[in-house]
Design a protein around this ligand. Sequence first.
Ligand code: IDP
Ligand code: MG
Length: 139
Amino acid sequence: MERTVVLIKPDAVKRGVIGEIITRLEKEGFTLVAAKFMRLPEDLIDQWYYHHREKPFFPDLKAFMTSTPVMAMLWEGKDIISRVRAICGPTDSKKAAKGTIRGDFGIDVQMNAIHASENAGAAKQELDLMFHPHEIYEY
Ligand code: IDP
Ligand code: MG
């Protein structure tokens, strides 16, 4: 079964919609297999967003991502990577349709409520960065 890494980002944590976002994933029929509420270390963010390290917005993104703990989760389901990306909506919350997670809970292009792995390679890398094998529930 396919797995994807989801982070509920600091803007959504501050707004108190962790539960609502988890409910949406549960209603899709996906299974939660690992979770932790934690403040991300800076070196983890450097690896997570390695492809953005030269962008002008990177220092700001890093400050945002460490401003509160995030809810880091591993979810499992059929075709889950593309299905979660679809219910997330596009990166810019202002362009995201109502009914998508970013459309309903995001604020702008940076504060967009949620991270979801982009493809299978990213999902594997993010899983390895975020979770130890003993933190993952095997049904
Ligand atoms: P994604 O999260 O939709 O995959 P990416 O392009 O991979 O989008 O960017 C990672 C994260 O970096 C975004 O979710 C957002 O928080 C932040 N970000 C992306 N582009 C911008 C920008 O132009 N300004 C500020 N933050 C950005
Ligand atoms: Mg991305």
